[in-house]
Every structure is written in structure tokens, then in C-alpha cells.
Design a protein around this ligand. Structure first.
Ligand SMILES: [Zn+2]
Length: 884
């Protein structure tokens, strides 16, 4: 954690008292899209469980006009007095006397704002086909924002049924979780009143509404559920891909979980402004446009596969999260980790063209390890007290690590056993709440093993192990000595001496795709005997890279594997795992850049995109270090990279070849982009020519190489290229192209252009707040860009806080990280930390909320610095020896 000398005064957070609970809500809202406001009337059936004279509910940013009590149905409502705690967002309702346990009704009359902060009941803006500004209203209630729309018991444990009624202008579409049961004119005849069916029992964070000029396409699942994709006018055709996939997905999950989806319909709606990627509201799932809409000739393969994953993720939540909900946010991973795992299970089984399990390794496993290798990580089961910590927890630990740990467990128990356990869990806790222990018990029941003992180390401790392995031959057997310690990215000691139960799988050179042996490492150090291994045959741990751990081999063991990496006889999942481990070990100082370059060189024939991604990541570390050393060193490092990859680039070319798989074009883009970044002039010229041909002759650029092309244009053609990219961004109506043009422009090496871009995006608000963080993304590629982005962030922090809705906003926190994490020296680490300690626009509570993101960024900067120090002389020697 970052410390500022004086720790912030502790804020005592309180949950709602447990003396009462809601059973049913009748919520009537009347939103006005012209005035950005809504009127509300809600009646809540409350069961008082312990005698009390006060009831407490959540409410925030609502003007409460009256609160009344009905003790017997049919009786007149009694007006009640209230007090409000704006730190806890709790409205305390004073009852006329002490009430014994009984059922009562609370009636609330209130007015709220359709805000522009992408939370609660909020407005989203878009342009219609004539270019006029239009608005729709939609909701985002997770984690604690239902209280912005109506007073409620806004904690996941309080499940209730909901009747929703929306009064809207007659020409608008109104949607909610359930199907419409009646639509009648309003009393003044000017509007319409849309009433929806009663929901199942559910938590408040899953309630949703949407109101606007919407259009849709629809289909039915085999099981008879009506599926619709809604968009703003003119975009519904782009929903076809997701519509077909989502119908298939519901049927697939019905069978996999052995519990049918219980609602009659499920709408998926694309919202122009959306802070998260998507949200699993039961029956009305909301998405960013980019996460739901696909244009066949324009969407890149990568983006299309992401759409498939996000669609499947949200629909998995209909079981994991909606049907069975965590008791408290500490167990957020119970829904996120499993929805994340199930999205890959579905896409892996139904969309083989994406080779999604290969991408899993980089996007989930490596991403989870990246964050979890930091000292400022946190356990999967994370203590949540103050809800202001919540947004920060929606991170690579809760998603990527949880997901990877689930995959490890699934492989360990076998898929049928794992599935059986999940079915037990879902059936037992449906329409109710659960904790992690409940899941382990169900999996123990299914497997006959003590899953709690196996897994608690993975979810309750932060970090993960690295296994140090050495070997000796004993006749026809190989004896492995395996020692575990916590992997910390800076290579330092673990103060806690953590231990894990590590499921180890072993493969060998004579049958690289098979699991030769399985062991469970429980101690700090253990010996394992693998029988039937010839002398000289390589032995590799973590076959298929299914475990959430890294492996550090002796030189002898690593060298033995190199020929099979070069020939690709070793399976691709293993090649990735090995190279990714090496790249991560670079920062610990236990592997040198020279050793990494040697392995990268032996991968010259590599043909899989994801493995190249791991190689490329190591190479970018070489470039980043060289840039910090001197112009001369940077130049030599670039020459070395050109020398290494020139032939591969020439073999791949730029054009799509017939019959190649979906990964090839991505690989081409990756290798050519690396050559261009290394200053290979023919490659740069080719990219620029492609862009010119696209603009002047309409020659299409393949979507998978588009971002690489834009990037080269922005980095190499000054104002001319910048203006063309800006024009493209302004004229396209497609969010992926908008985003790519913006990321590319942020890589410009010219400060006046970067200043123009930031003014355009942030000050003139020409970039949607949800996407503004991408303006920071490319700035780390030059010293000028780093400096500019950081200074800009410091000077505008107040505006950022206001725009994104405070320090708890994940958008704000991601900007904070992007603005600093590419720095590479100690002076910057201190400067970064000091800024937040001294910043007058932050409160002490803000600093408390931001402690972990700040700590993580400072640690990332120090890791960059450490990498440089460990490799300075090694890089000098390497470049000298390379005869450039
Ligand atoms: Zn989720």
C-alpha cells in the first residue's frame, strides 16, 4: 500500500441492521428524458424480525418527498419522519412506536436525476441519423447503485420479488427484467404506462430498466425463451451475431447446469455509454456497444471473439450470480470467477474458430499472474468493509485469477466431476445466497475429496507459487526435486512464507501431449519419481499450462526442451507457458534478457499467435530498457530485433492467404508491427501505403491488421497522418474503429498533436467518458508521451474525479494506472506516490480508496527500474556480441 505518513482516519462502515428484510417491491418510475429526471413511487413489503422503532434502507441522490407506513392492508398510510446519513447512504425511518415482529409496508415518494455518471438510473447520449443529439435512459446498479433509483435494502443478501411499472412518452420503448403484462395510456393521455410481470426472488443490484427510441431483432431458444437484441436506431442488424449466439448459449447452459433458465425472455441491449463491459441484469442484460455489436466485414477477429466471450459471460451469470448470489461482496469471485470460466467453456465448445483456450493463457492466466505477482495484490476472497473499496476489486484477481484457479480445479477433478459439483451447488442454493465454503462442500460431495483443504490456499492467500525444479536420473526413472515459494515479481522474499497445495502434472519428450504423471505438492519441498523416462529425455511440469503457478527449471532441464520448442513438437499450450514464465522471471532477475533472447531465437519457426505474443512481450522489455539507457543502445536493440524477425516478417507478408486459420492474420499484424516499431523502413512504408490505398482507392484493410496500420501511420507520418486518423474517427459510426484510431493517435511522437488529442478527447468531451482512458494507452511508447500524460493527469485530476464520479470509479482508477505505469525509474516512483499524498483534490477517504491502485502502480514503476538495473550490462554485452 502507498503510505502518506499519516494513515487516513478510519471510517466506520455499517451494513443495514438485520432486524428487518424486504420480501416484495412495487416500483413505479416516471422518467423524463428531456429534463433528465424521474418521479418515483414505491411500496416495499417488509418483514420486521425483531422488535424495533426504526427501519433503515439505502437511498442516495434522491429527493425523498414522503415516507409512510401501512401496518394493516387497507389502512390509511401514516407519514413518518426520517433522518439521513450521507456517508452510509442510509435513510433511517422513525416508526410511530416500537413494532413487534410483523409484516408492514413502507411507501416512498421521491424524485431522482437521470445522471450522466453511468451509474444508478442514468442517461446515455447518441446521435440519430440526422446528426441530432438524442438520449436514452438505462441502469447500472451493481454494486451499490440501485439506491440511486429507488430506496431499497441494497445488499445482495436481501432478495425479494419486484413489480416494475414505467410511465414513459408514448413513442418510446420501455424495458425491464420481465415481460410486459400491460400497456395503457397515462391518466392525462399523453404518455403510456408499461407494467412488467413479477420477477423471481433476486438481489437489488440485478434490477434494470431501459427507456428510449430502441429497435430490436428477436429469436427463440429451443427451450422457448424469447431472445431479443436491442440497439439505438440503425444498428439492430449488428446484433445478429450476438442474438444467434445468445440463443444457443441459453440452451447450452440449460443442459450444462441442468437447471432451465427460469424467465420467459432475455433481452440484450447495447448502451452507447457504459462504464463496465456489460452487466448481467436478470432478463435485461446491458452491454457496451463494442461488446455486443458485430459488423462482419469490419469487426476484427479478436473483437468478435471478445463479443462471444462477453455474451457468454453475462448469460452464465443468470445462474452464477443471479440464481445463486454471494452473501456479501467478499465472495464476489463466486460469480465472476465462474462466469469467466463458463464463458470459455461455452466459446471453446461452440466457436472452435477462435482457438479460445490459447487466448485464455494470455488474457486470463498471464493477466491474473501479472497482477498477483505484485506485493500490492489481494486474495481472491477479499475482505470488503467499506463499499468504496468495491469498484477496485473488479480486477484481474477477481476475474482472471479466479477463472484460472477454476480451470486448474476443473482439470484436477476432471470435467464431469467438476460439473456435478457445480450442479449440486446451484440446486442447493437457487434463489438464495452462498459463500465460498458452500461451493467447496458441493465439490467435495461430488468428488469425494477434501476440496476445501486443496483450494483455500488459492482463494484466501494472495499470490501464487513458483516451483523451482531440479532433476536426477535413477535407472529408468527421473527423480524431481520440487520446491515452492511465493512468486513475487521483484524476486524478493515472501514475508508470510505462504504454501499452497499445488496439483502438478508432468509431460515428457517421448509423448509431449500426454500427462505422464500427476502429483500433489503439499510441502515446501518434495521429491517425486516419474517412472519410465529415458536419460536425456526432457521433462516438463504443468503440462497444458493448466496450473496457476510458474516453473523455474535448472539450465540443464531448460536446454533439453529447446529443440522441441524450435520444432514445435512441444504442444502450443506448453510453449506459451514456458516462454511466458521466462518473460515474467526477467523482472525477478533470475532469468536474464540474454537467456530470453536465446529462447526467442530458437522460436523463429513459431507459427502460433499467442506464443508470439509471449515472445513479443519479452522483446518489448528489451526495447523499454534500451530506451532508458541511450539513443545508441536503443538503435542497436532495434537492429537486433529486425535481424531476428525480418525473415519471419517476409515469410508472413501482409496479405491474407486462402485456407489459413483465424490466428494467422493476427500473427502477421503482431510480427509486422514489431518490425515497424523496431524501425524496419520497408515495413513502415508498406503499412503507410496500405493506409493511403485505403483512403484513396478504397482498398480495404483487413480488420485484424487495422490497429497495427493506424499505429504506424500515427508514429511515422506526423500531422498529416494524425489529421487523417482524426477524420476517420470523426466519420466512422463504428466503435471499434473509433477506439483504434484514438489508441493509434495517442502514440504520436509529437507533443502538439498529443496536446490536441487530449484537448479534443477530455476538454471538448469528443470522446465518450467510457473510452477516454484509451487516450492514455499509447502514450507510454515515448518519453514525451509518458511525461505529457502524467502531467496532464496531475493538472486535471479534479475534472477526472468529477467526470467519472469519484475516486471509487474504475474508470478513474484505470486512468491513474495508465498515466504512471510505464515510467521506469525510482525518481518517478517517488514522484508518483508523492503526488497523491499531497494532492489537495483528494480527501483522506479517497486516498484510502486509492491505496491499492497507487501501490500497484508504484510497484510496477519500480519493477521496470529493477529490470533495467539487472540487465544494463547484459544488454550492452548482448548487443556487442550480436555483430550488428
Ligand atoms: Zn461478470
Amino acid at each position: 500500500m502507498a503510505t502518506c505518513g499519516n494513515p487516513a482516519p478510519a471510517f466506520k462502515f455499517e451494513r443495514l441492521p438485520t432486524n428487518a428484510e424486504p420480501t416484495h417491491y412495487d416500483v413505479r418510475l416516471s422518467p423524463c428524458l428531456n429534463q433528465f429526471s424521474f418521479e418515483g413511487l414505491s411500496t416495499v413489503d417488509v418483514t420486521i424480525k425483531e422488535a424495533t422503532d426504526v427501519l433503515k434502507v439505502h437511498a442516495q441522490s434522491l429527493l425523498i418527498q414522503s415516507v409512510s407506513l401501512i401496518t394493516n392492508p387497507g389502512d390509511a398510510a401514516k407519514k413518518l419522519d426520517t433522518t439521513y446519513d450521507d456517508k452510509l447512504n442510509i435513510l433511517s425511518i422513525k416508526l410511530p412506536s416500537v413494532l413487534q415482529p410483523q409484516k408492514v409496508q413502507l411507501v416512498f415518494k421521491f424524485i431522482g436525476e437521470l445522471n450522466d455518471k453511468m451509474r444508478g438510473f442514468y442517461r446515455s447520449q447518441y446521435k440519430d441519423k440526422d446528426g441530432s443529439e438524442k438520449f436514452l435512459a438505462s441502469t447500472q446498479f451493481e454494486s451499490t447503485y440501485a439506491r440511486l433509483a429507488f430506496p431499497c435494502f441494497d445488499e445482495p443478501i436481501y432478495k425479494a420479488t419486484f413489480d416494475v411499472t414505467l410511465e414513459v412518452d408514448s413513442h418510446l420503448t420501455a424495458l425491464s427484467n420481465m415481460n410486459v403484462i400491460s400497456e395503457t395510456p397515462s391518466t392525462d393521455g399523453k404518455r403510456k404506462v408499461v407494467k412488467f410481470a413479477t420477477t423471481p426472488k433476486m438481489s437489488s443490484y440485478l434490477v434494470a430498466f431501459a427507456v428510449g427510441e430502441l429497435e430490436y431483432i428477436s429469436t427463440k431458444t429451443n427451450s422457448g425463451v424469447e431472445m431479443r437484441v436491442y440497439t439505438v436506431p440503425g444498428k439492430k442488424e449488428q446484433g445478429q451475431y450476438s442474438l444467434d449466439l445468445s440463443a444457443k448459449c441459453i440452451d447450452w447452459y440449460n443442459e450444462w447446469f441442468d437447471i432451465p433458465y427460469p424467465l420467459p425472455k432475455c433481452d440484450l441491449i447495447a448502451i452507447p455509454d457504459f462504464s463496465m463491459g456489460a452487466m448481467e441484469n436478470w432478463g435485461l442484460v446491458t452491454y457496451r456497444e463494442i461488446a455486443l455489436l458485430v459488423d462482419p466485414g469490419v469487426t476484427s477477429t479478436r473483437q468478435k471473439s471478445r463479443v462471444a466471450l462477453v455474451v457468454a459471460h453475462e448469460l452464465a451469470h443468470l445462474w452464477f450470480g443471479n440464481l445463486v448470489t454471494m452473501k456479501w461482496w467478499t465472495d464476489l469471485w463466486l460469480k465472476e470467477g465462474f462466469a469467466s470460466f463458463m464463458e470459455y467453456m461455452f466459446v471453446g465448445a461452440n466457436c472452435p474458430e477462435f482457438k479460445i483456450w490459447l487466448h485464455f493463457l494470455n488474457d486470463e492466466l498471464a493477466s491474473g499472474m501479472g497482477l498477483d505477482g505484485l506485493r500490492n495484490s489481494h486474495p481472491i476472497e477479499v475482505e470488503i468493509d467499506n463499499p468504496n473499496e468495491l469498484d477496485e476489486i473488479y480486477d484481474s484477481i477477481t476475474y482472471a485469477k479466479s477463472n484460472s484457479v477454476n480451470r486448474m480445479l476443473c482439470y484436477y477433478l476432471s470435467e464431469p466431476v467438476f460439473q456435478k459439483g457445480l450442479r449440486i451447488y446451484l440446486k442447493k442454493f437457487q434463489y438464495s445466497n452462498a459463500v465460498t465454503q458452500d461451493l467447496w462442500s458441493a465439490l467435495s460431495e461430488a468428488s469425494g475429496q477434501n476440496v476445501n483443504e486443496l483450494m483455500s490456499g488459492w482463494t484466501q492467500q494472495m499470490g501464487f507459487p513458483v516451483l523451482n525444479v531440479t532433476q536426477r536420473q535413477d535407472g529408468n526413472n527421473r527423480v524431481l526435486t520440487v520446491e515452492q515459494r511465493r512468486f513475487i515479481s521483484d524476486g524478493g522474499e515472501d514475508p508470510k512464507n505462504s504454501l499452497w497445495q499445488v496439483p502438478i502434472t508432468v509431460s515428457v519428450g517421448s509423448a509431449p501431449s500426454d500427462v505422464k504423471a500427476r502429483f500433489l505438492l503439499k510441502e515446501k519441498q518434495q521429491e517425486f519419481v516419474v517412472e519410465g523416462v529415458a536419460p536425456g529425455e526432457w521433462v516438463k511440469l504443468n503440462s497444458g499450462t493448466t496450473g496457476f503457478y510458474r516453473v523455474e527449471y535448472s539450465d540443464e532441464m531448460l536446454t533439453a526442451m529447446l529443440p522441441d520448442i524450435a520444432s514445435r513438437k512441444m504442444p502450443v499450450l506448453d510453449r506459451f507457458g514456458l516462454i511466458n514464465d521466462l518473460s515474467a522471471l526477467l523482472n525477478t532477475g533470475r532469468v536474464s534478457i540474454a537467456q530470453f533472447v536465446q529462447v526467442a531465437a530458437s522460436s523463429a519457426n513459431e507459427d502460433e499467435y499467442v506464443v508470439w505474443g509471449a515472445i513479443d512481450e519479452g522483446m518489448s522489455k528489451l526495447l523499454a530498457c534500451s530506451r532508458e539507457m541511450s539513443e545508441e543502445t536503443l538503435k542497436s536493440a532495434k537492429q537486433l530485433i529486425v535481424k531476428m524477425f525480418e525473415k519471419t516478417g517476409a515469410d508472413l507478408g501482409f496479405a491474407e492467404q486462402s485456407g489459413e486459420d483465424s490466428q494467422k492474420m493476427m500473427l502477421r499484424a503482431l510480427v509486422q508491427a514489431r518490425l515497424a516499431r523496431a524501425g524496419h523502413q520497408p515495413t513502415i512504408d508498406k503499412f503507410n501505403q496500405m493506409f493511403t490505398d485505403f483512403l484513396e482507392k478504397g482498398t480495404p484493410i483487413h480488420p485484424d491488421i487495422r490497429l497495427a496500420t493506424f499505429g504506424v501511420v500515427a508514429r511515422s507520418t506526423g500531422k498529416e497522418g494524425f489529421d487523417k486518423l482524426m477524420n476517420l474517427r470523426e466519420t466512422t459510426a463504428f466503435q471499434e474503429i473509433e477506439r483504434q484510431a484514438m489508441i493509434a493517435m495517442s502514440q504520436t511522437p509529437e507533443q502538439p498533436l498529443l496536446a490536441q488529442l487530449f484537448e479534443y478527447g477530455f476538454e471538448k468531451n469528443k470522446v465518450r467518458p467510457q473510452d477516454q482512458l484509451y487516450l492514455f494507452l499509447g502514450t507510454g511508447s515515448t518519453h514525451m508521451g509518458q511525461q505529457y500524460a502524467w502531467q496532464y493527469f496531475c493538472e486535471h485530476i479534479k475534472e477526472f474525479l468529477e467526470k467519472y464520479g469519484g475516486a471509487n470509479s474504475s474508470l478513474f482508477q484505470r486512468c491513474l494506472k495508465f498515466a504512471g505505469e510505464s515510467f521506469g525509474n525510482e525518481k518517478r516512483a517517488v514522484e508518483f506516490q508523492d503526488f497523491f499524498c499531497n494532492c489537495k483534490d483528494l480527501t483522506d477517504t479517497d486516498r484510502q480508496t486509492l491505496a491499492r491502485p497507487i501501490g500497484q502502480t508504484v510497484e510496477a514503476i519500480r519493477l521496470n527500474a529493477r529490470l533495467l538495473e539487472a540487465n544494463r550490462s547484459i544488454i550492452e554485452n548482448l548487443l556487442k556480441q550480436s555483430n550488428l
